[in-house]
Design a protein around this ligand. Structure first.
Ligand code: AMP
Length: 405
């Protein structure tokens, strides 16, 4: 993507950078940040502008306040954390547009940082409202997008706001890193075997990825909730396991599933679990059985992959030179159904240690790597779940397009 400008193409001296970051970080009930990856990855962007002697205005969303101001979703809690990480005071204002904000920005000196309040306190943000974007555009003279994880969203600060900056817009270092590793993944042709492991429950968001990566990869391993619609269409009995497909999408999805199965017929490419751990209820129960995935009794549901499937999936992963992983292979939030996902995490990190390239995205996959304390062994942990999935469909994200045009 040579036509996308980066922060290195600008000198920010005496300029005000309006940086769209994604500081929607996970926190515990005391607002202690439990994973600061997104902030850490954006720090080089902020540092570059400080060292250029520019002024910094940070804009972000946090949670889902649904267009209403709410203390629970204020970004204020980030101020001490950011000040410490950046080793410089960060100030905060409880608004994100308007004359008060403008006045505070006018008082900023070179190298100073101001964090604005949650963009989603205005319903216009998620509605991609142009006049909201126009108000935001008055707050800086160079726009920087460093929010990969929301760059697939058609939101005001992502796609309308950059329009007002003409040529004065670019991506930050977090974005550069995400694009670099995604490119690295697609350039791995030749570093075979290439293995893609997909799990989770929402098949409709991942089916296009399978279609896009069939010819590119050697093995596609499918686990978790999204394996059951495939098994059902192959004639298996899946009991009460989730086929999480929106009613109006069932026909289209079924068509796509059939097309994928036909394309892979006789090609030893698509792998499903053979055995699964089943339960009568969706809870962390010890009352479980091992069943063939093709004959789950009525009233029972598959909640994790079984020991034989773990062994088969690990064997494929361990022979790979390139690995992509998104989505848990079971309900890993319940300890009794977490073994499959944890085993995938360990197998991918061990294989990476032996020299493979691995790219992992999605909060759940990263959380399971952290549970097993092997997240630091992965080649690249993407900060985007949905945005990573969209990129894997071979699409340029709307947020990146908005920087080009
Ligand atoms: P997704 O957002 O599509 O990546 O889905 C992630 C969710 O899928 C996690 O919360 C898992 O608990 C859930 N999940 C994985 N496997 C299963 C399964 N067999 N049945 C129900 N939910 C599952």
């Amino acid at each position: 993507m040579d036509n996308v400008k980066t922060i290195n193409d600008f000198n920010f001296k005496n300029q005000t950078a309006l940086i769209r970051v994604d500081f929607n970080v996970p926190v515990n009930k005391y607002y202690k940040i439990t994973d600061d990856t997104r902030i850490q990855y954006s720090i080089p962007t902020i540092r570059k502008i400080i060292s250029d002697e520019g002024k910094i205005v940070l804009i972000s969303h946090f949670g889902r306040p649904k267009g209403e101001p709410s203390k629970n979703y204020s970004l204020k809690f980030l101020v001490p954390f950011l000040s410490e990480k950046l080793n410089t005071p960060v100030s905060f204002i409880e608004e994100c547009i308007g004359s008060n904000v403008k006045k505070r920005i006018n008082k900023l000196k070179n190298g100073e940082i101001l964090l604005l309040e949650n963009l989603r306190f205005h319903e216009e943000e998620e509605k991609n409202d142009e006049s909201f974007a126009f108000e935001l555009s008055k707050l800086g003279n160079i726009y920087v997008n460093d929010a990969f994880s929301v760059s697939h969203r058609l939101h005001s600060s992502i796609i309308s706001l950059p329009k007002f900056f003409r040529k004065n817009k670019c991506i930050g270092s977090l974005m550069q890193k995400e694009i670099k590793f995604l490119n690295q993944f697609f350039l791995r042709k030749g570093n075979n075997p290439i293995t893609v492991l997909l799990g989770g429950s929402k098949i409709s968001s991942k089916i296009e990825i399978i279609e896009n990566l069939i010819d590119f990869s050697d093995s596609i391993l499918i686990g978790g909730g999204m394996s059951y619609p495939f098994i059902k269409i192959k004639g298996g009995k899946i009991g009460n396991s989730i086929p999480e497909i929106e009613k109006n999408k069932i026909k289209i999805i079924e068509k796509k599933l059939k097309r994928i199965l036909e394309k892979c017929q006789g090609r030893k490419k698509l792998f499903f679990p053979k055995d699964v751990i089943i339960s009568k209820s969706f809870e962390n129960t010890e009352n479980t059985r091992i069943s063939s995935i093709y004959s789950i009794p009525d009233g029972w549901m598959g909640l994790d992959i079984g020991p034989y499937s773990i062994k088969c999936f690990c064997e494929i992963i361990e022979k790979s030179k390139t690995i992509l992983w998104n989505g848990p292979v079971g309900v890993f939030e319940f300890s009794n159904f977490s073994l499959g996902t944890k085993s995938m995490a360990k197998s991918i990190s061990n294989t990476t240690e032996k020299g493979a390239f691995s790219l992992v995205g999605g909060g759940d996959s990263i959380a399971s790597l952290k549970m097993e304390k092997c997240d630091n062994k992965i080649s690249y942990l993407s900060t985007g779940g949905g945005a990573l999935l969209e990129s894997l469909k071979n699409k340029i994200l709307p947020g990146i397009k908005a920087i080009i045009t």
